[in-house]
Design a protein around this ligand. Sequence first.
Ligand code: G
Ligand code: G
Ligand code: MN
Ligand code: NA
Length: 254
Amino acid sequence: LELEGALRHALAHGEFELHYQPQVDVASGQVVGMEALLRWRHPRLGLVQPERFIGLAEETGLIVPIGAWVLRTAALQNRAWQRAGYGPLRIAVNMSARQFAEPGLAREVAAVLAESGLAPDSLEVEVTESLVMTDAEAAIATMHELKAMGVAMSIDDFGTGYSSLSYLKRFPVDVLKIDRSFVHDLAGDSADAAMVDAIISLARGLRLRVIAEGVETCAQLDYLRDQGCDLVQGYLYSRALPVAEAEQLLRAGR
Ligand code: G
Ligand code: G
Ligand code: MN
Ligand code: NA
């Protein structure tokens, strides 16, 4: 209960911030996107990671207004970066099931795009398989609404959820994000390598882009490049950065 009050207070008093993790095109080495990741700048505890509070925010429904803040903040930030000349940049935002199930979500996304002036294809919405499977028909309908607006959709943590391939065929998605658990042991575990190969060829067959998460080593990057992975995200390139540092990185890469 105390944490719930603290979360409400945080939202009302501007204690949330977004950090941005670059997504790098494997072929060109350019930063082509950023994933927005929520942080809570607590006055006493310092920077609190989302694992500590997202669960409660979901349970209490606070994730709905918090998620709305994330969406708007990320869109305005990306538009500001584009205006500053940092090139075409896509911004990826994570969504919780509760937020995605809100009846007004597509309208809210449309309003944020209108306010920010961000092109719809500069926004990517990340959902997990478990989010979609919570109420598949409703989620697929919402995905179609967003798709129709030109917003990109990705499946986060792909391969760890419970959706079947027959469902994947019905998801109007543009991107599969290979979960970092598969990337971690790429060199040492032939089963993980087989999973990664399979996801990449699946993505290619379905004409989807594929992003590998949690890329930490050159060996992992080399492997992924050889397999035809489109984008990588991970500590090898950068952790999630506060705005000023993300901007420095964009400036350096321009
Ligand atoms: O940034 P990383 O640290 O530690 O993120 C941890 C988890 O929190 C990830 O699973 C990520 O998807 C989730 N997360 C981060 N930011 C958001 C957000 O804005 N909304 C939702 N729903 N989840 C988020
Ligand atoms: O939304 P998602 O579940 O993908 O959240 C991304 C999470 O992965 C965040 O917690 C982020 O801090 C973490 N992360 C990002 N890059 C790396 C990495 O290279 N290695 C590891 N172990 N974690 C990472
Ligand atoms: Mn994510
Ligand atoms: Na993930």
